[in-house]
Write a protein that binds this ligand. Sequence first.
Ligand code: KE4
Length: 416
Amino acid sequence: MNSRSSELFAAAQKIIPGGVNSPVRAFRNVGGEPFFVDRAKGARIWDVDGNEYIDYVASWGPAILGHAPAVIVDLVRDVASRGLSFGIPNPFEVELAQLICEWMPSIEKVRFVNSGTEAAMSAIRLARGFTKRDKIIKFDGCYHGHSDSLLVKSGSGALTHGQPDSAGVPQAFAGLTISIPFNDVDLVRKALNENEIAAVILEPVPANAGLYFPRENFLSILREECTKHGALLIFDEVMTGFRVARGGAQEIYGIKPDLTTLGKIIGGGLPVGAFGGRAEIMDQLSPNGPVYQAGTLSGNPLAMAAGLAQLRELDRINAWKILEEFGAQLEELMPKNDATTFHRIGSMFCLFFAPGPIVDLASAKRSDLKSFAKFFHGSLKRGVYFAPSQFETGFISTAHTPNDIERTAEIVREVL
Ligand code: KE4
């Protein structure tokens, strides 16, 4: 019985909508009540009632080295003692920017913000300012944070105006976004032919509707088509950036987007986002150019230091090799049956409760959510914490061990 968690949740619900500060945490997709965290270390989380879990949510991506890695905590503690925020340039901003530009050559200049939402929102405004066009294309199932232009789903006529994907988004706004099924090259071509498009934004490896992959050549066709039509190609690598490879998904697929959005890992767990790309585009940003964008805490020393410590450590231990080994071990041990489909890239994975192939939101939505919910709670009861939604992705960290993964696979087999 999670008494302390229940008390806290009851109190939270009185003063915080849904008792949470981000909807997915409320367990609405799986039923039951969320637990409240007391502390976390490495691959482990303990809730306020003393229950211990092997964690595969990793704060939705940032905890790629596991929780509270000394290399980050020690540096943040030291930097904090010299001031928490200045609103004045500090050396860490330059160092982290240099590292990002070095590891992601498509990024010639980068600007830091405080969330992935802010990064995507700003990148869209920049693309509109640079191209002097208003319309954008996104893909059903791809999530780029909650800015109005991006909370849009396919319109009635797939290629006409999008429809709001949330109350409060004006139709006038949504109408400037065209949302298309992922992997549908013909519809993208048609949309680009029939409209003046400022940008095409996508997660190169969609991980917000469960995890699925671009079809052969999908990304290179997008690259060609955007170039042909003068639309900017924006890769949202908030999740995949520095996780699936040192240079992100763009390194794996060999595609150079015009702009990239980043977040999560580059903040080491502290609030962060970033967007960057071709210098001629980025120089349209204030104070150089006419596209305004700003932020009190953008580039703050704590998030910059935490991000630097995390990225440097990933490089020092060649984390991507370790993460690939752990991911392959989990995949190898996962039960194979025709009722479920297991997708993985590096340390990102998803177990769909649906037969394959799963290539877009529509196919992901065939998943049996009741079975997923039972799987989630069965695993949680046995000490394994997966994302509380079928439409999320799991993350392995370098702090997991082969034993953790073996234990996890045993529990998954038991629960299934
Ligand atoms: P934030 O504003 O939540 O920092 O980032 C938005 C965002 C942008 N782009 C991608 C590809 C993302 O995955 C996200 C945020 N991811 C979700 C996890 N599915 C955050 C979890 C949550 O909303 O609580």
